[in-house]
Design a binder for this molecule. Structure first.
Ligand code: ZN
Length: 117
């Protein structure tokens, strides 16, 4: 499925949303929301979201969503802390581990709308 990318849209500028999510971007496949202008989104953030997109595409959106939230819930029950549950989520661990040096395909660069990564 083709991605639909939104950078710094007016409706995303509500300050509560990124601060509520503690995020610079959110993937709700096939939508990817970045809370900054296109040129200001850091490459690590772009690569992080691409890892999530690959995770979603490898198993399908519904299965990924179920597994992601299962892991989050497992972490919440274990740690009683959303932050610790987030950092213990294997899907986030993989994304943070790979965001530094992930090689994007030419197609992914086009999809995300940034050729400079
Ligand atoms: Zn993530």
């Amino acid at each position: 499925m083709k991605l639909k990318i939104f950078y710094d849209q007016r409706w995303l500028q509500a300050k509560w949303l990124p601060s509520f999510l503690h995020a610079e971007a959110v993937v709700t496949y096939p939508f990817v929301l970045f809370f900054q202008k296109k040129g200001r989104v850091q490459k690590t953030t772009l690569r992080h979201e691409i890892v999530h997109i690959r995770q979603i595409r490898s198993v399908g959106f519904l299965k990924f969503t179920a597994l992601y939230y299962f892991e989050l819930l497992r972490g919440l029950l274990k740690y009683r802390s959303f932050e610790r549950a987030y950092w213990d989520n294997p899907y986030e661990k993989e994304a943070y581990q790979k965001q530094g040096a992930l090689k994007l395909t030419e197609e992914e660069k086009k999809e995300i709308g940034r050729e400079d990564i």
